[in-house]
Structure formats: structure tokens, C-alpha cells
Design a protein around this ligand. Structure first.
Ligand code: 5GP
Length: 192
């Protein structure tokens, strides 16, 4: 998606450890006009898939997921991180290794919000090593729901996640795929 690529070039900052900072428009301050275009594009890509619910993970996926949900007219459920006091049996849980913080945490969703009849679209801001996406996919599987695919704003194509998740049979649509980036600010996108 050209608009997103241009914005990454203009305002993205490449940090040490293969982290792309997009705090001025995606991850901290949020450009809602841009989110609208992102949501529209996800809707175009998944319009035929009868999505009943969007699933994301707190915190940075929530904004994009909510704007996207307006185009699908469906609810958003976000997986919570690190809730320890839940009664076993009432929640689906899975483990995710944080790319940006380097630790493993539990993600949880209450069973009442993921039903076997649901057709789930996962939305997230980034795809790096794929742990977040695989963790979310596991929750969908555990619920017996159908995963129609995943909409990702920025995929770092030089990391393992994209291949891993696609090889697992998940349809992944990424709006910007970074082929390479370096700390001098050079960012190259992949176009198929
Ligand atoms: P994964 O689980 O695919 O390794 O990483 C995905 C998660 O890590 C995303 O939900 C995102 O919040 C975070 N993340 C991964 N790489 C980056 C990055 O380069 N920049 C930012 N801002 N977040 C990232």
C-alpha cells in the first residue's frame, strides 16, 4: 500500500535490533486518516470472507483493529497480556514471545468472546518473528472458530514470521513488506 510505504519512508525511524519506530503515526500518536485507508484496504482484501469478528492483541493492534472493524461492521476482541488471576476454564490462553521486549508472556481471551461459529480476521500492526500471530491463531483454533486470515500493517520480510505463519496455512495480507532496512534510514520494500 503506497500511502503506508510513503509514510514509513517519511516518518519511520530504524532503531538498533531491527526495530522500526513508527510512533508518530502508528504506535503512539495515531494518524486516523491513515488508519482509515488501512482499514479500507483490509476490508477490500477480506470482503468476501464473511468476517464476524476481528481479533488483535493489546496494545498497539487495538487502534488499527477498531478502525478496520468499522468497515466490516463487526466487534473487536483484543487478547490481554499477563492476566494471572483468571479462573482456569473461562479463558483461552497461549504464549507469545515479545519481539520488542524479549520476554514471554501469556495472552488471554475470555471464551465467551470467541465462539465456534465465528469467522475471525486477525489484525496487528507488525509481523516480525510471528510469535504474536501464531499465539492469536492458537486462540482461534482452541475456540473451534474459523481463521479467515491476518491483516498486518507492516511486515518485516527479512524476519522469519511471514514464512512461518504462511507455511502454517494462514492467509497473511501485509500492506507494507520491508525487504531490508538499516540504521542510516535506508528502507527497501518488497513488491510481488
Ligand atoms: P512478532 O511476534 O511477529 O515477532 O512481533 C510482532 C509484535 O511485536 C507486534 O505486535 C509489534 O507490536 C511488535 N513489533 C515487532 N517488530 C516491531 C518493530 O520493528 N517496530 C515496532 N514498533 N513494533 C514491532
Amino acid at each position: 500500500m503506497r500511502l503506508l510505504e510513503e509514510r514509513i519512508i517519511k516518518d519511520g525511524k530504524v532503531k538498533a535490533g531491527n526495530v522500526l519506530k513508527v510512533d508518530s503515526f502508528l504506535n503512539h500518536q495515531m494518524d486516523i486518516a491513515l488508519f482509515g485507508e488501512i482499514g479500507k484496504e483490509f476490508h477490500r482484501l477480506f470482503a468476501a470472507d464473511h468476517v464476524t469478528k476481528i481479533l488483535t492483541i493489546e496494545a498497539s493492534g487495538i487502534g488499527i483493529a477498531c478502525i478496520t472493524a468499522q468497515y466490516f461492521q463487526v466487534p473487536v476482541v483484543f487478547a490481554k497480556k499477563n492476566q494471572t488471576k483468571n479462573i482456569a476454564g473461562e479463558v483461552y490462553t497461549s504464549k507469545v514471545e515479545s519481539f520488542t521486549h524479549g520476554r514471554v508472556y501469556d495472552i488471554i481471551v475470555a471464551k465467551e468472546f470467541l465462539r465456534p461459529e465465528d469467522r475471525i480476521l486477525i489484525i496487528d500492526d507488525f509481523l516480525a518473528n510471528g510469535s504474536a500471530l501464531l499465539g492469536l491463531s492458537q486462540l482461534v483454533k482452541d475456540a473451534g472458530a474459523t481463521l479467515v486470515g491476518a491483516g498486518i500493517a507492516v511486515e518485516k520480510g527479512f524476519q522469519a514470521g511471514g514464512k512461518l505463519v504462511r507455511d502454517a496455512g494462514v492467509r497473511v495480507e501485509s500492506l507494507a513488506i520491508i525487504e531490508s532496512m538499516d540504521e542510516d534510514g535506508k528502507i527497501v520494500f518488497r513488491h510481488s
